[in-house]
Design a protein around this ligand. Structure first.
Ligand SMILES: Cc1ncc(COP(=O)(O)O)c(C=O)c1O
Length: 498
């Protein structure tokens, strides 16, 4: 035996990380699986969310674990200290931000993916074909040509950033990747509505174009971009020699779920020779619902579409996605030669184009598998029905708010998001949100609309039912009454009556 290996073996008894006793491992693994399934099946028995006790937070903080621990002990720590204090978005009462509920099917697929430990940066293996299959499904759903390309990413923030980079390279040419954006790049201007998600502005920053180069266009009463104002701003910018290169339309704004007039924007972009990107983080998957799909009319004209399967697609986190109409333009924004990534005609290094040619990541996990399992197991019609049901529940909440004099609706309900408040000041409403979260009854989030603090309920979870909406309304009324001492400030008629 080689002396180096003999010496190494004497200092560390067993360097393989596989279990020494597979049957013991298997028994514990089955218990973990059973308990995780129980956790999902019985999720209603738990609070939606609970604050982390100081001692639990403190218990996690240890020195670097140089010595081995028993897997059963580490698992016990997980069940006692981690799992009970998760975000809570598996629970049907979770209505904050835009969080998907995940499914037991997705959980299993995630486990299978971890078992394969596949790296989807490139090379010729079936997991990449699974990702390509989903690209093809998405291309078909959004009626993009066969030359379209797509890629899984962490989330829509990343997908939007990549769309900015692809459109930037399309505008400046690939030499800009070598020389930098230069003087031409300094003149590029992009456009999105004032209601667009903050990640668009951050994408402009990260792409080196600067947030000032994003023109935030006014919205109408329904929070849709004012297309006339957009056209006028583009004309003003051209007048002074800026180079408009990108319009980002929202298909579901984060605050209230508004969908811009995608067809009008597509026509404007075509006339102006501007890249048309759609931020469809949650709204784009409404394409799966025959009732809602018409709201997305014009999305098929997009140059690129960003969306998340981890929101309305109910795929466990994370599973963001970018689709680009012209696959070659997509590739040109990221592909890079490297001897150690040489592509071959056969063998494991075959199969170009590789995903690493389509984004900034080289090593990538198998996000596609949990999405593939989800779409195939449930079928896209059923996911579409879940999406439509979320919107129906939002309408139900809207009706409950309008019927209750102590509550005030703060925005029209377009899709699945309801913004309202107890008729009291901002401070009281802020306390109400925290009270409800801490009581574990529901988890709404908040936003500010026209200067007013709003309680915001985004119905995304396939488990949510009318009784969860009733529980939210009851909790708002209960804590609102307690916090405001029962004094109701009626300062405006309900939105519907305006
Ligand atoms: C409209 C919109 N765009 C972008 C994002 C960011 O998506 P992610 O959190 O997946 O990065 C969100 C998140 O809620 C969103 O609602």
């Amino acid at each position: 035996m080689n002396e180096i290996i003999r010496n190494t073996q004497s200092s560390v008894a067993n360097t393989s990380l596989d279990p020494q006793d597979w049957s013991e491992f298997r028994a514990l693994a089955h218990r973990m699986l059973d308990e995780t399934i129980d956790g999902i099946a019985n999720v209603r028995a738990r609070p939606v969310w609970q604050p982390i006790p100081a001692e639990v937070r403190a218990a996690l903080k240890t020195d670097v674990p140089r010595e081995a621990s028993d897997l059963a002990d580490v698992y016990r720590e997980f069940t006692e200290h981690v799992a009970p204090y998760a975000t809570g978005n598996v629970h049907p009462g979770f209505m904050g931000w835009v969080h998907g509920g995940g499914t037991a099917v997705g959980m299993l697929a995630e486990m299978l993916a971890a078992g394969l430990n596949a790296n989807l940066g490139g090379r010729d293996h079936m997991p990449i074909e699974v990702e390509r299959q989903i690209v093809d499904w998405m291309r078909r759903l959004f009626l993009l040509p066969e030359s379209a390309s797509g890629i899984f990413v962490t989330g829509t923030s990343m997908a939007n950033l990549m769309a900015v980079l692809v459109s930037r390279t399309a505008a400046l040419g690939t030499l800009a990747r070598q020389h930098g954006i230069g003087n031409d790049g300094a003149l590029l201007t992009a456009y999105a509505s004032q209601a667009a998600h903050g990640c668009i502005s951050r994408a402009m920053d990260v792409a080196g174009l600067g947030t000032d180069a994003l023109r935030k266009i006014a919205v109408d009463a329904d929070h849709r971009i004012d297309v006339a104002a957009l056209r006028a701003q583009i004309a003003v910018d051209r007048e002074v020699d800026f180079k408009p290169f990108l319009v980002v339309a929202s298909a579901g704004t984060v605050d209230i779920g508004a969908i811009d007039d995608l067809r009008a924007i597509a026509e404007l972009c075509r006339d102006e020779g501007i890249w048309f990107h759609v931020d469809g983080a949650f709204g784009a998957l409404a394409i799966l619902s025959p009732e809602l799909a018409p709201l997305l009319g014009g999305i098929e004209l997009a140059d690129s579409i960003a969306l998340d399967f981890h929101k309305w697609g109910q795929v466990p986190y994370d599973a963001g996605f970018l689709l680009v109409r012209d696959g070659e333009q997509h590739r040109q924004a990221f592909a890079q030669p490297a001897a150690y990534l040489r592509r071959e005609a056969r063998g494991l290094a075959a199969g170009a184009v590789w995903p690493c040619d389509l984004g900034p990541d080289l090593s990538r996990g198998f996000r596609a598998l949990k999405t593939w399992f989800t779409l195939k197991t449930f079928g896209t019609d059923r996911i579409g029905a879940v999406i439509a049901r979320c919107c129906a529940l939002a309408k139900y909440l809207e009706a409950r708010v309008l019927a209750e004099p102590r509550l005030e609706l703060l925005a029209p309900v377009n899709l699945n998001i309801v913004c309202f408040r107890y008729r009291a000041d901002d401070a009281v409403n802020r306390e109400i949100v925290a009270d409800i979260q801490e009581a574990g009854i529901a988890a709404p989030s908040s936003t500010t609309l026209a200067g007013k603090f709003a309680i915001r309920a985004a119905i995304v979870n396939h488990r949510t039912e009318a009784t969860d909406i009733d529980a939210l309304v009851a909790a708002v009324l209960q804590f609102g009454g307690q916090r405001s001492g029962g004094v109701i400030e009626v300062d405006a008629p309900p939105l519907a009556a305006q």
